[in-house]
Design a protein around this ligand. Sequence first.
Ligand code: F6P
Length: 558
Amino acid sequence: MIAEPINVTQTREWKKLKQDYEDLQKQGISLKKWFKEDPDRVNKLSFDVADFHIDLSKNLVTDQIIQDLVALAKAMHVEGRRAQMFSGVHLNTTEDRAVLHTALRRPVSDEGELIVDGQDVVKDVHEVLDRMYAFANDVRLGKWQGVTGKKITDVVSIGIGGSDLGPVMVYEALKPYANAGIAVHYISNIDPNDAAEKLKGLDPETTLVIIVSKTFTTLETMTNAREVRTWLLKGLKAQGYTGSDADATKHHFVAVSTNLKAVADFGIDPNNAFGFWSWVGGRYSVDSAVGLSLIIAFGPKIFEDFLDGFHTMDTYFVNTPIEENAVMLMGLINVWYNNFFGAESHAILPYNQYLHRFPAYLQQLTMESNGKSTRWDGTPVTTKTGEIFWGEAGTNGQHAFYQLIHQGTHLIPADFIAFVNTKNPTKDGDQDIHELFLGNFLAQTKALAFGKTADEVRREGTAEWMVPARCFAGNRPTTSIFGTDLTPKTLGELIALYEHIVFVEGSIWGIDSFDQWGVELGKQLAKQITPAFHDDKALAEQDASTQALIRFYRAHRH
Ligand code: F6P
């Protein structure tokens, strides 16, 4: 049974934090001063977590504030909720479901069974994993062939949201590990341009299509699946294939879904359908069968390492007391900025080109999870929830939007993610380019924290009227997440880190971070509106603005 959410804003601990915030405003915030006065600050606020060194010291917190944030987490029973999540309690109240993505990466060797709603969860997870590994090996080794007997060279993965963003992000992040000569192409958008571009140059005879959809009803995915099937059948026939459509579908289409009946109705052999469960949210599913394309591209061993990374972070998160738990503290510090400083957004800045889709992936994870106005019992939230997450990889952001972070009027906490080693060590003369890159990561976090004073600017000979424009106030908060190497394991750790940050924030706000009702209305309306492009009666039912837009469409379509 889930307890009614506590009104966080009425707790003594919240009021204390409000006081802390007001005191800070009076005393003035100065990271420079705080570092100077407390030589142990970095030490106290740095954490070695799995393969990462996480430095929270450039955040706008003092010892007292950390202590008060920890007290808030305790008052909101975050530890108890954490235990409930890991044991399969139905924390997803509006869908009456357990929240068990952590079971997807639990090794069989872990002590004890996990029986949830009568299901031996870990056993089931490993059964599907074993089937996926066997299937992926067959594809990789050429034992699985297209209907005309050719080895698969390309995989097209069709899905959207959680059935796409995770696999794409990981595929990009682990590209150096691709080792089977099989390329994966991801189609998500219902815009026909997406499929058209991704299918260009592919040979239907050597293409395997994976339809990834938890529900197997999602409009975009099912439309794209039919479109790609038409393309594939047409292409095969043009190349001389004379067999049946059903046979071709069986050889070229497999599925990942919780809705195995709909998969069979599509014509996919149930033996080639890989299931997952209602207790895995779409945005928490990259480590389930949703990752099938990754196993084909990288092989089972690499996927195992990836899962091991998640599990390593889970183990840390679940076993470490709040005050020493960097994941808890990161979630709590986000609440501190969001609710006390009024920060609207949070930047994710990976200093690694392979992570270029990581901010997009995190947008769904964080914003679909915590963008809520009601609490888990249906009552309204009592404070602001979910921040807007956004970002860009590497130094590209520096030449685009960092200006606003450094000198603008918004407070934008930022996570910098970097790795000690690179897969592509290169020199420019004597200069190690990766070190030059890392120098930028460190320079940015330093500039944001400590800024540049008017005196420093003057000393450079700047004309007096221009001095203010060249000053940097500093005290712009950042967290540095520094890993050793970007590997399958550390990527798993990184994803789990953010999954749990989301959980901590949701627990403080009293919301169900695992449903997503906010995406439903648009889906329903799209069905009602689409006929209006041609049908006057449907057009007349629309509001004035929608009608005007459709008239513009009608007047200009070719
Ligand atoms: O955007 C809503 C949503 O339900 C996501 O939560 C989910 O990841 C995505 O659509 C795709 O859903 P499905 O996997 O069922 O096709």
